[in-house]
Design a binder for this molecule. Structure first.
Ligand SMILES: [Zn+2]
Length: 482
């Protein structure tokens, strides 16, 4: 009888091996002490949720181990874009990571980054810590450090680069919202190549500081499109300052400051202080910050020379890649605030319309609608429906636009735009939760094959460009088990 059972077990093993590869690695994982307490949930509506806990090295190791195949895949995307858009091979970015970033990274985050590299390696992917640092710095090195470097080494061969415009966002409180508490929402604008992979929910329980729930892409220590809540009641997001120029080679990397601010801030003042400390000018953003404990919200325009802060307990701040402060605009950008046809200004106008109409009624379901909005304030004949959305709608679809976005050097029909959305109110933040939707926040699907047929100029993306299908709005919470 035992023999028969053994034979049956053997046969069962042979037949289910291909299906149990993941289960086997999960089983191995349980035996690695670094992975104690960490887990990865099955994909849900396009999102992959990971829980990380422990020392900085443990958190990193868990991130690297649990997401190793996705980190490997994301790195290929970043390398492809680096080669195509910046005309630089990966060695350049690794070198910048080692010599420009690493010396300014604090020990806690060095340990975490090293942990990611170790975890990825333990899962059979051959990357090292400088690959991981370069991955984390994929916004600030190419779009801020490289233009600064090019300015110093003028060459006709340098590609035209401009700081990107990523995202549409708002935060509102007091008389603006239905329950007079805070509502915050954000959609992430990026290439569909990267954006379709920007679907990780990170629940981080660090040894020190506050617990964090944020979205992100595989292998990062900060959200990078920056939407998150912490256990001290902070609710944060940002959009990028279009056409920003500035870099301090002695500053601390933005991705580290952003992570540190979310982990260690207990107030708006904390957040502003931490993110400004060692400012390197990289990935310069307009930060929307809320504190659910007080109901107060703030807007920090984080230039390198100028860092104005506005705050209120009764009002709103909208953001769509426009600089707001005249000194920031004049001294640190080439942005034109008066061109109503540009994507940042057209979306700014739409945000103002929506805030006016929605005063006193804003809640999370309304925030979801805002993030899906397709109205073009500059050309109101282009209206409604996913096909008509373009680079001027809050839910960006630049792949439909013959204009592209010249402010951040996106050519006509660039396959990029709003790639996912998140929203939360104070009650959700109190439970360490938010809602998120993978893909265009309006629910439209992007399909790679027909796009590439119509736009062979983007065939360089073919090896890695995938369909970006939208999922439903889905609630995620710290500590969830399924
Ligand atoms: Zn849309």
């Amino acid at each position: 009888m035992r023999q028969i059972l053994n034979v049956l077990r053997f046969l069962a093993l042979i037949t289910i091996v291909p299906l149990t590869c993941l289960a086997a690695s999960t089983q191995d994982a349980a035996t690695l002490p670094e992975l104690q307490g960490a887990f990865r949930l099955p994909e849900k509506n396009g999102w992959t949720y990971v829980h990380l806990q422990g020392t900085p090295h443990q958190i990193g190791f868990q991130n690297g181990y649990l997401l190793a195949p996705e980190i490997d895949d994301m790195l290929k995307v970043v390398m492809l874009e680096a080669q195509h858009d910046y005309k630089k091979d990966w060695a350049f970015f690794r070198d910048a990571a080692q010599n420009m970033m690493w010396p300014h990274i604090e020990q806690e985050y060095r340990d975490e980054l090293q942990g990611i590299a170790d975890g990825v390696k333990a899962h059979g992917v051959d990357l090292d810590v400088y690959d991981i640092v370069a991955l984390n710095a994929f916004e600030e090195v190419p779009d801020y450090y490289v233009p600064w470097l090019n300015k110093q080494n003028k060459s006709a061969k340098n590609p035209k680069l401009a700081a990107p415009g990523n995202c549409s966002a708002f935060i509102a409180t007091g008389g603006m919202t239905k329950d007079h508490q805070i509502v915050i929402a954000h959609n992430n604008w990026t290439s569909y190549l990267a954006g379709e992979r920007w679907v990780v929910i990170l629940d981080i329980q660090p040894e020190h500081g506050n617990r964090i729930l944020m979205d992100g892409f595989p292998g990062v220590i900060a959200s990078d499109d920056d939407f998150g809540v912490n256990s001290a009641g902070m609710m944060i997001t940002e959009t990028t300052i279009t056409q920003f120029e500035g870099w301090d080679p002695n500053g601390k990397p933005e991705f580290m400051r952003a992570r540190k601010a979310l982990q260690y801030s207990n107030s708006i003042d904390d957040y502003a202080r931490i993110i400004k400390e060692g400012n390197n000018g990289g990935y310069a953003n307009d930060w929307l910050i809320g504190d659910r404990k007080t109901g107060e919200i703030a807007y920090l325009e984080l230039g390198l020379k100028n860092t104005p802060l506005w705050r209120t307990k009764d009002g709103y701040f909208v953001s769509s890649n426009f600089a707001r402060d005249p000194k920031v605009i004049k001294e640190e950008t080439t942005f034109d605030p008066n061109n109503a046809s540009s994507s940042p200004n057209a979306r700014h106008a739409r945000w103002e319309e929506l805030m006016k109409e929605a005063k006193g009624k804003i809640d999370v379901s309304m925030a979801e609608q805002f993030l899906s909005d397709h109205l073009d304030t500059f050309d109101k004949t282009a209206y409604f429906g996913p096909k008509q959305a373009n680079e001027r709608s809050l839910c960006g679809h630049v792949d439909t636009s013959s204009r592209g976005v010249k402010e951040w050097a996106w050519d006509a029909y660039n396959p990029g735009g709003a790639v996912q959305g998140k929203a939360a109110d104070s009650a959700m933040a109190a439970k360490m939760s938010f809602v998120a939707r993978a893909g265009h926040p309006c629910g439209a699907d992007f399909l790679a094959e027909p796009f590439l047929e119509h736009h062979p100029e983007y065939s360089w993306q073919k090896p890695l460009l995938r369909d970006m299908k939208a999922g439903p709005w889905t609630l995620f919470a710290s500590g969830q088990k399924q």
